[in-house]
Write a protein that binds this ligand. Structure first.
Ligand code: GLU
Length: 282
């Protein structure tokens, strides 16, 4: 049975782009009798607000969507991410990183050829080179640290990988694409990539429907699935809706929030049509 999910972060009000994403997931599952799940991605307590979570439920229900309960809220499941980190640590693919953001920027600026990924410079690997004694010393001195994935080590571990992408077919994984990503932040004992990978598995998601902006993330999430021995879902990275000026819709585009559209008198059917689902069978 197909299971899809919509996984917003409660950092602002949902806009038309979110409606498109949620409707894409819902339509990929529900008409065929499959499951549609909702997940609140709120590990970043500093950016998330309860009122935005409430608004997510309200706006999606208004739009006409239904979803399975209980809803998974990531901040309630930190123990699951800790268990995954333990397992990765046991494989020897993690290392502590004591760098500040500023130290990383300086290092990148000073390097002749800093490694770059699709979204800019990658972590230059400074703390990967620390000896066990240096790590112990930093920790003993109270140095706060993140945990990073040693991408090269992980790549050796998992060998060649791929994922199945709707309409495109098999996509080969580049395990080094995003470099040594953070799996546990200094201030939060998890990270986006880790939590998403663990949750898609625990929620039984079989098809991840999400925007093309997250296509690159799948390379590293597929590596994490392999390291953690999880069955990979299939993927559908859908197009992104754009505003009239051609720019991608973002949470800051207040005028396009679902609440603003609703307040201006639009009906749910009209908003579904605006999001590209005119014949929605909701
Ligand atoms: N929480 C992420 C976002 O709001 C989406 C994560 C995902 O779909 O994998 O952009």
């Amino acid at each position: 049975m197909i299971a899809t999910r919509f996984a917003p972060s409660p950092t602002g009000y949902l806009h038309l782009g979110h409606a498109f994403s949620a409707l894409t997931g819902w339509h990929a599952a529900r008409p065929a009798g499959g499951r549609f799940l909702l997940r609140i991605e709120d590990i970043d307590a500093g950016r998330c607000r309860p009122e935005f979570e409430e608004a997510i439920f309200e706006d999606l229900a208004w739009l006409g969507l239904d979803w399975e309960r209980p809803v998974r809220r990531q901040s309630d499941h930190m123990a699951d991410y800790a268990a995954a980190l333990d397992r990765l640590d046991g494989l020897g693919v993690l290392y502590p990183c004591f760098c500040t953001r500023k130290a990383i920027q300086d290092e990148v600026a000073a390097a002749d050829r800093a490694p770059h990924g699709p979204d800019g410079p990658l972590y230059p690997g400074t703390c990967r080179a620390l000896s066990p004694a240096e790590r112990r010393e930093q920790i003993a001195n109270g140095g706060a640290y993140a945990l990073r994935l040693d991408a090269a080590q992980a790549a050796r571990h998992v060998g060649a990988l791929a994922w199945e992408e709707a309409e495109v077919g098999t996509v080969p994984v580049d395990p080094l694409l995003l470099g040594d990503i953070v799996l546990a932040r200094k201030d939060i004992a998890a990270s986006y990539h880790l939590a998403v990978t663990v949750d898609d598995h625990l929620q039984g998601v079989t098809l991840v429907t999400r925007g093309r902006d997250l296509f690159h993330a799948t390379h590293v999430q597929r590596v994490l699935q392999a390291l953690l021995d999880l069955r990979p879902p299939a993927y559908c990275h859908h197009r992104l809706l754009t505003a009239r000026d051609g720019q991608r819709l973002a949470k800051r585009d207040k005028a396009e929030t679902l609440r603003a559209l609703r307040a201006s008198g639009r009906t749910p059917a009209e908003v579904r049509a605006m999001a590209g689902f005119p014949d929605s069978r909701l």
